[in-house]
Write a protein that binds this ligand. Structure first.
Ligand code: ADP
Ligand code: MG
Length: 405
């Protein structure tokens, strides 16, 4: 399966044509609505610039957070429009709606090399509807913005695993291409999936336990080691009979975790010590304890130092590493050590062991920057969490297949 590439579209010519682009601008915001990590916006620039330079009338679709199908001002893409204007060095207009009157008027008013950002596509409940007809109706409204010789470019890698109107259905309404970001992500991650050098080490963490437990099986078949930390490790520790107290736990998956431990044995690597706190708070007291030492009512917010050292050593020895999900609540400086140890070991593996090191996951990528680590020390930092995992796992991604031949 080969992608229809942006280069093909540029070769056909985009001058004066409306091009509808799906980008991933789902960036983290602080309490005042300021963008705390603009990595995804930066990653979208090459595609947007190429289209603008080619004279396209660019209309960008994106989502931010989970407004759940309602117009909620705190999820407006206004901060993104401003950040994008700054980076592109040209005004980025923000439509007052998604596919309504204002969007249509502004799209019609665009001239060559101008760009319009639609409001948060998730302000419309049809974007994520399970009903094919509802999504298709919304996709038709979006595609109508680029009617008359328009085209669609899929560049929001972080959402290509979702069968959503602006990702999947819209690509069936217009000639559809993969943007530079999607192309690069798919190429790089496919090479890890199809031909990893060994030892191949997968490091999994983060908070989305239910999403990620499912992939362990697929990855354990291919990797030499699956190292587990972050929010998901406590369900495994519970399966081993430890009392994880108030740590993140997915009770209904304890049995599954037990079976995984039985089946994969030493291949699954679990913590041997933990950093715990009495409450979920930045300034909480911190203690290092063994697996059975979590005080009553406390919770584990990071792997312990002995675990961090063991994980780092395995990563340094690898020839391929895929890392998804922080090892702890890295947003609290006192509980960032485990995440930092793994990330630093990846940089060492890249530089000293010629390992191919990939970071996948919105928060994992943000943690690299927040912790002040050198992004160039990784072979690839993916903009997609779920999407990168599903690709590595070998699943079919709706938003990729729809722009493939
Ligand atoms: P990614 O975006 O990289 O795929 P996730 O979204 O799954 O990662 O998870 C990231 C979040 O997981 C971070 O905000 C982090 O604070 C949280 N996290 C990691 N370890 C723990 C833990 N032990 N308890 C609670 N939350 C955790
Ligand atoms: Mg995340």
């Amino acid at each position: 399966m080969a992608l229809n590439t942006l280069q093909q579209l540029l070769d056909e010519g985009v001058d004066g044509r409306h091009v509808l682009v799906r980008s991933d601008f789902n960036v983290p915001l602080d309490d005042e609505g300021n963008i705390t990590d603009a990595g995804r916006i930066d990653a979208s620039l090459p595609t947007l610039k190429a289209l603008l330079e080619g004279g396209a009338k660019v209309i960008v679709m994106a989502h931010l957070g989970r407004p759940k199908g309602e117009v909620k001002p705190e999820f407006s893409l206004r901060p993104v429009a401003e950040a994008l204007s700054e980076r592109l060095g040209q005004f980025v207009a923000l439509a007052g709606d998604v596919s309504g009157e204002d969007a249509h008027e502004r799209a019609n008013g665009l001239t060559e090399g101008e760009i319009l950002l639609l409001e948060n596509v998730r302000f419309d409940a049809r974007e994520t509807s399970k009903d094919d007809a509802e999504r298709a109706a919304f996709a038709k409204e979006l595609a109508a913005l680029a009617a008359d010789n328009g085209a669609f470019v899929s560049d929001g890698f972080g959402v290509v695993h979702r069968k959503q109107a602006s990702v999947y259905d819209v690509a069936r309404e217009l000639p559809a291409y993969a943007g530079y970001l999607v192309e690069k992500e798919v190429e790089t991650l496919s090479s890890v999936k199809d031909a990893p050098n060994h030892p191949y080490v997968v490091v999994l963490g983060g908070s989305k336990v239910s999403d990620k437990l499912g992939v362990i099986e697929a990855l354990a078949e291919k990797a030499d080691k699956v190292i587990i930390g972050g929010g998901m490790c406590y369900t495994f520790l519970a399966a081993q009979g430890h009392n994880v107290q108030k740590s993140l736990l997915q009770e209904d998956m304890v049995e599954t975790c037990s079976q995984l431990i039985d089946r994969y044995g030493d291949k699954l690597v679990l913590p041997t010590d933990l950093a715990v706190a009495p409450e979920f708070d930045k300034n909480a007291e911190k203690k290092i304890v063994g697996l059975d030492g979590i005080p009553e009512g406390w919770m584990s917010l990071d792997i312990g130092p002995e675990t961090a050292q063991a994980y780092a050593a395995a990563v340094k020895d690898s020839k391929t590493v895929f890392w998804n999900g922080p090892m702890g609540v890295f947003e609290f400086p006192a509980f960032a050590d485990g995440t930092k140890a793994v990330a630093e070991a990846m940089i060492a593996a890249t530089r000293e062991n010629d390992s191919f090191t990939v970071v996948g996951g919105g928060d994992s990528a943000a943690s690299v920057r927040t912790l002040g680590l050198d992004e160039s020390g990784f072979s690839h930092i993916s903009t997609g969490g779920g999407a990168s995992l599903e690709l590595i796992e070998g699943k079919n991604l709706p938003g990729v297949s729809v722009v493939s031949k």
